[in-house]
Design a protein around this ligand. Structure first.
Ligand code: NAP
Length: 262
């Protein structure tokens, strides 16, 4: 299948590592121009070098914290300055703070909202004029499997990610006639730096090795292993492409079959 991504311009938020980077690499491998975003300059340099080696694409890198409205504006402005437009937006963010309901203060709720939901709203608002002008747009929101199966210890994620689903579902019909499609993906457990840190923490807390934690986690996944970030990258590349021409407003889990609810 030809994804027809050659020359398309993509912004991927929070993309110096992990799932964001994997999405950027999958898009670049199909010939798209990409903007990488993250807070650490060193991680961005490393990510851009890796992307160049793997795909031949020279990414634009923007050092920015996506929780600020000004940063989101700057990311879009710099992309348009370099490439002339924006065709694809992959919304992604760092994971919100873990915690059960009783452990969360107003400040933590506010922070979680700004990171996981408001940053996505702002990015969509900034890219829409360019997508409308070009008569083409693809927006993909990275969330979590908590959109279908809430996770008790991840109260902020389980609350705000569902907000992203509502946002996408409400926007989809409003944008459909303009050639702009918006979909949401929910990862289960992928082997990224963040998940490794979480596994290390769990190993420390339970006084067992990280290998034991990982084996126990993998055993809970019907496919029997963690996802590889590239597997999420390929799904996002399809959703972001002209080859996806009829799917909008949908939420898709990539979780190795973990969530069994319909
Ligand atoms: P990761 O490996 O920690 O990567 C996060 C990326 O986001 C890094 O490039 C990081 O760079 C950037 N970032 C974080 N906060 C940022 C901010 N405020 N502004 C700009 N960039 C920021 O995480 P991941 O595992 O790929 O997860 C990505 C998202 O998917 C998270 O929201 C996570 O909760 C969700 N998720 C992941 C999984 C999984 O299995 N991996 C499962 C469910 C949900 P800097 O730190 O340099 O900014």
């Amino acid at each position: 299948m030809e994804l027809q991504l050659k020359g398309k311009v993509a912004i991927v938020l929070a993309s110096s590592k992990g799932l964001g980077y994997a999405a950027a690499e999958a898009l670049a491998a199909e010939g798209a121009q990409v903007t990488l975003v993250g807070r650490s300059a060193a991680s961005l340099v490393e990510a851009a070098a890796r992307l160049k080696v793997k795909t031949g694409i020279e990414a634009l890198t923007v050092e920015a914290d996506i929780t600020s409205a000004e940063s989101i504006k700057r990311i879009v402005e710099m992309t348009v300055e370099r490439y002339g437009t924006v065709d694809i937006l992959v919304n992604n963010c760092g994971g919100p703070k873990p915690g059960k309901f009783d452990q969360l203060s107003d400040e933590m709720w506010q922070e979680g909202f700004e990171l996981t939901l408001l940053s996505y709203v702002r990015a969509i608002r900034e890219v829409l004029p360019y997508m409308r002008k070009g008569g083409f747009g693809r927006i993909i929101n990275i969330t979590s499997s908590s959109i279908k199966q809430p996770i008790e210890t991840l109260m902020l994620s389980s609350t705000f990610r569902v907000g992203v689903v509502g946002l996408a579902k409400t926007l989809a019909p409003q944008l459909a006639q303009e050639g702009i499609l918006i979909n949401t993906v929910g990862p289960g457990r992928f082997a990224t730096d963040r998940v490794e840190q979480l596994d290390e923490l769990a190993a420390e807390q339970r006084q067992i090795s990280i290998e034991e934690i990982q084996a126990a986690e993998a055993a809970r996944i019907p496919i029997g292993r963690y996802g590889a970030p590239e597997e999420m990258g390929r799904l996002i590349a399809f959703l972001a492409s002209p080859a996806n021409s009829y799917m909008t407003g949908q939420s898709l889990l990539a979780d190795g079959g973990t969530v069994t609810a319909i």
